[in-house]
Design a protein around this ligand. Structure first.
Ligand code: P1T
Length: 387
């Protein structure tokens, strides 16, 4: 089980981002953690080894990433996976047929699809509720509820859940609060500090930051959950390759620098868009017009680079998406390069149209992942594309 080095929690965020979980390699003192390309480890006798037996269970490059991200989230244990979805699927293996989960209604389309199309078939049940209102969460809890799962801010509607309130409901119900922290990153939000039990990420996004790998990671401070997760890691095997771990670890070294720029570009672009198309059309928790701006300021220390903007119709969205030159039309987010997408037809196509309408996720909604380019170039690009 990967446990952090306790001393890693003593330093500031930037120092942790660069150093946590990593120690000079013992053979030559290489400052960078090597990519341990191995499937197995030589043992000296039966039951005698250096703590490593087979690489599905443990890999030193993976462990360095796990310790690093755990330290950034203020957690003692970390578990890396082959994708954000593989991570969530493994977390859900903590539960059984008959268990009930309260899930935010506004979540990544793939999260809804996993629950709705696979885990429901396997006997788990889900209530999808508007977690902006803690009362909706409490009302949905039943005697069979084992977890409350939220994404905050949500993909792509940028809705927030009050983490302290959700954690308190989970505690009272004797269940765990699981938080997808992909959009905020630990630089701007650390849900464990508000009482969450498990925090997970698609490392594909801000943690890696360079759009060159797919991965996921879960962290926790709960020793018993950690033990069960380690069992699932080894038994179910949704583990990442060591080179992907190395890429993610290279990414986290600059997380603080990138997030500052994503945030300043995000704020400037959201402000400009609000003036250009009307602040009721721009979804960004950093705007004072966002209905949960006060909550955002309370539980986040910055707002990041994700913005959604309502353009009215799919045709209007398509026209804008075809015209951008600096932004690229693509799924994913959180990389240094700016991306733009249409959630209804792309990342959330697996959510039925009727359900998207009920959520307020319209065909004309466009999502921006503001990268770290010059903000003037990004605004000029949007200006010409909006026409
Ligand atoms: O793509 P993967 O690494 O498997 O992560 C899934 C995932 C989980 N949680 C959130 C909040 C996500 O946004 C994602 C993946 N999202 C996209 C690919 C996207 O473009 O929205």
């Amino acid at each position: 089980m990967t446990r952090i080095f306790d001393s890693d929690l003593e330093s500031g965020f930037a120092t942790r981002a660069i150093h946590a979980g990593q120690r000079p390699e013992p053979l030559a003192g290489a400052i960078m953690t090597p990519v341990y390309l191995t499937s197995t480890y030589v043992q000296t006798g039966l039951g005698e080894n250096k703590g490593y037996e087979y690489a599905r269970g443990k890999n030193p490059t993976r462990e360095a990433l796990e310790r690093n991200v755990a330290a950034l989230e203020g957690a003692r244990h970390g578990f890396a996976f082959s994708s954000g979805m593989g991570c969530l699927d493994s977390i859900m293996k903590l539960f059984s047929a008959g268990d009930h989960i309260v899930c935010g209604e506004s979540v990544y389309g793939g999260t809804f699809r996993l629950f709705d199309k696979i885990l429901t078939r396997m006997g788990m049940s889900f209530s999808f509720v508007d977690t902006r209102d803690p009362n909706r969460i409490s009302e949905a809890v039943t005697a069979a509820t084992r977890a409350i799962l939220v994404e905050t801010p949500t993909n792509p509607l940028m809705r927030l859940t009050d983490l302290a309130a959700a954690a308190s409901i989970a505690r009272d119900a004797g269940c765990v609060l699981i938080v997808d922290n992909t959009f905020a990153s630990p630089y701007f939000q650390r849900p464990l500090e508000f009482g969450a039990s498990i925090v997970y990420h698609s490392t594909t996004k801000y943690l890696n930051g360079h759009s060159d790998m797919i991965g996921g990671i879960a962290v926790t401070n709960d020793d018993s959950l950690a033990e069960r997760l380690q069992f699932i890691v080894n038994a179910a095997g949704a583990v990442p390759g060591p080179f992907d771990c190395w890429l993610a670890l290279r990414g986290t070294k600059t997380l603080h620098l990138r997030m500052e720029r994503h945030d300043s570009n995000g704020r400037a672009i959201a402000q400009w868009l609000a003036e250009r198309v009307g602040d009721d059309k721009v979804l960004y928790p950093g705007l004072p017009s966002h209905p949960q701006h006060e909550l955002a300021k309370r539980q986040m220390s910055g707002f990041g680079g994700m913005i959604s903007v309502e353009l009215g119709t799919r045709e209007r969205a398509d026209a804008v998406l075809r015209k951008v030159k600096v932004f690229s039309l693509a799924e994913s987010l959180g990389g240094v390069e700016s991306l733009i997408s249409n959630p209804a037809s792309m990342t959330h196509a697996s959510v039925p149209a009727e359900r998207r309408r009920e959520l307020g996720l319209s065909d004309g909604l466009v999502r921006l992942s503001c990268g770290v380019e010059d903000v003037g170039d990004l605004i000029a690009d949007l200006d010409q594309a909006l026409g």
